[in-house]
Ligand binder design. Structure first.
Ligand SMILES: O=C(O)c1[nH]c(=O)[nH]c(=O)c1I
Length: 309
């Protein structure tokens, strides 16, 4: 049984990796993922310059998942770009660089810098951060998203995918897929946290920013994540691969994301709780499921979700 996968012609020896924002803030965390069983890593979404992010407490784990309103704390694009370029000199691995500008100009400026660099990996353009006060989740505004992607692909030639928020309406799946199908995207990553949830302890919110409103991850969001993975798998041209993110904590969850069409599966909340050894456990559990079912590679069952007649 092999757990390798391919996206935009880039091979990964394992179809598991971290979700942006988790275990990817600095060299130390990125190295832990890089040296784990994960096939690769994605960096914390970067802005042009480093950011403190929102006031603490801004993350809270709970039995069924997590809530966060981090507010895009990161060490700035140069920190992540320099680190990944240095790693690329030592290994053949393809890494993901996540970024999101707080304006179209900032996003284009960062992508121009990446385009001019000798970065060999893939960009995950985050169109779905729910926690920057005053900034809506961009991918809920399809005209603005289409406009941005048009300007991006006017000059950007390296592999690039987008991190999407969850959509909840079939009409939105249709409209969003119509936009994304217009562009040479390497992938879409479904889904980011479900924005602006609220978790309460006794009579009080559990995080400080935004009166306790934050992105929800974990068990709460798996059905939504699987639906978004499958909806885009059904609608997008085959050249646009799907990365599945949301609610993964067992090999069975990984199996389901792939069954829905995912070519790569990211782990967020459960990685935050368990640490990077989760990648070996998930790989083992997925391997056992595949052996039981007689699947040799993930292509034997990717996207093969069965419907009821
Ligand atoms: O608050 C954050 O930093 C954050 N939190 C999320 O749950 N998703 C995101 O894309 C981001 I940029």
């Amino acid at each position: 049984v092999l757990l390798n996968t391919t996206i935009a012609g880039y091979e990964f020896d394992n179809c598991l990796m971290n979700a942006a924002g988790v275990c990817c803030y600095d060299h130390e965390e990125l190295t832990m993922v890089d040296q784990s069983s994960a096939g690769t890593f994605v960096t914390k979404s970067a802005t042009k310059t480093s950011r403190e992010g929102n006031p603490l407490p801004r993350y809270q784990a709970v039995p069924l998942g997590s809530i966060n309103s981090m507010g895009l704390p990161n060490l700035g694009l140069d920190y992540y770009l320099d680190y990944v370029r240095q790693l690329e000199k030592q290994t053949k691995k393809t890494y993901f660089l996540s970024m999101t500008g707080l304006s179209k100009e900032e996003t284009l400026e960062m992508l121009k810098q990446v385009e001019l660099s000798d970065f060999k990996g893939m960009v995950e353009l985050n169109l779905s951060c729910p926690n920057v006060p005053g900034k809506p989740q961009l991918a809920y505004d399809l005209p603005t998203t289409e406009n941005l992607l048009t300007e991006v692909f006017a000059f950007f030639t390296k592999p690039l995918g987008v991190k999407l928020p969850p959509y909840f309406d079939i009409a939105h799946f249709d409209a969003a897929a119509e936009v994304y199908n217009k562009f040479p995207l390497a992938f879409v990553n479904c889904v980011n946290s479900i924005g602006n949830g609220l978790i309460i302890n006794d009579e009080t919110v559990v995080i400080k920013p935004k009166n306790g409103f934050g992105g929800i991850g974990g068990d709460y969001i798996k059905p939504t994540a699987l639906a978004n993975v499958h909806a885009f798998y059904q609608r997008l041209k085959p050249s646009i691969k799907i990365i599945g993110t949301g609610g993964v904590k067992t090999g069975r969850d990984v199996f389901e994301h792939i069954l829905c069409g995912a070519s790569m599966v990211q782990v967020g909340t459960a990685l935050e709780k368990e640490g990077v050894e989760i990648f070996a456990r998930l790989s083992q559990e997925l391997t056992e499921i595949m052996q039981e079912k007689g699947y040799q590679t993930i292509e034997d069952f990717r996207g093969k979700l069965q419907y009821l007649a």
